[in-house]
Design a protein around this ligand. Structure first.
Ligand SMILES: C[S@@+](CC[C@H](N)C(=O)[O-])C[C@H]1O[C@@H](n2cnc3c(N)ncnc32)[C@H](O)[C@@H]1O
Length: 249
């Protein structure tokens, strides 16, 4: 049989993997998994930020010594102005409504009477721990929006979104604005994957906690890789805590 360097390397790697699992490093070094994953995702996020900055397009306030949470609306406003969304008929879908601050802001900003606004939330707080925030935190109780364009969908996204997607009708000429403000990796990934098949060029994704390596960023990274999503960077504020992108195909 002819010697092939490629086959030799493949066999060597297989043997090394076999030995690795045989000696069970996870049994005594398992505690390193979480910090190593965090470091890996932080490096990926840093690379992503560097790539956007190199392009030199979009709104970007990097670098700021202090974050100002309300500055997220500077980014939202920039998106509305540059994409001419103010008077446009849109479908705005917010995932993570809590007390309704951003949903109310969008209801005021978009003046088209035919726009639709959907706010998804458990309204009972986070379904899982998120960093220092514990399961159940951020729960505002019941909310009322005196705008007939707005509908709230109460419950866990994993339960409400499939049902919603089964009954909602989306007009392909109406731009969708997805505001992803659920903080958690699982929630964000679930929503992105659920909408993957109906997102089209021109739709906008806005993230509220993007610069968190193991959560919204990771969900976005996985989603774009799985679905081969192409997007244009629209902008970021608060050192990439809030990020907006537009789907290009
Ligand atoms: C940061 S708050 C939203 C803040 C709000 N957009 C604002 O501007 O004030 C995050 C919300 O996401 C909701 N959330 C996270 N994961 C969820 C899920 N899987 N299903 C339903 N709600 C979820 C939590 O209940 C929480 O109210």
């Amino acid at each position: 049989m002819k010697f092939s360097l490629r086959n030799f390397v493949v066999r060597l790697i297989a043997l090394a993997k076999g030995i690795f699992f045989f000696i069970r490093p996870g049994a005594y070094l398992g505690f390193l998994a979480a910090p190593l994953i965090f470091i890996g995702n932080s490096l990926k996020l840093s690379k992503w930020i560097t790539e956007q900055r190199r392009k030199g397009t979009g709104f970007d306030d990097f670098f700021q010594l202090r974050r100002h949470y309300d500055k997220r609306f500077t980014l939202h406003k920039y998106v509305i102005e540059t994409q001419a969304i103010k008077a446009e008929k849109i479908d705005y879908l917010e995932f993570g409504v809590a007390g309704g601050t951003s949903l109310r802001w969008w209801l005021k900003e978009n003046t088209n009477p035919d726009s639709r606004f959907f706010g998804f939330d458990t309204f009972e707080g986070l379904p899982e721990d998120w960093g220092m925030f514990k399961k159940g935190e951020m729960g505002p109780g019941s909310l009322l929006f005196e705008d007939e364009r707005c509908r709230l969908v109460k419950g866990l996204f994993q339960e409400t979104v499939p049902h919603f997607m089964g009954s909602a009708v989306f007009d392909s000429t109406t731009r969708k604005v997805l505001h992803l403000d659920a903080d958690l990796f699982s929630s964000t990934l679930f929503v992105l994957m659920s909408f993957a098949s109906i997102l089209k060029a021109g739709d906008v994704l806005i993230f509220d906690e993007f610069c968190v390596p193991n959560h919204e960023f990771l969900a976005f990274d996985i989603f774009t890789r799985i679905h081969g999503v192409h997007y244009e960077f629209l902008g970021a504020v608060n050192n990439y805590l809030q990020v907006a992108v537009k789907i290009v195909d």
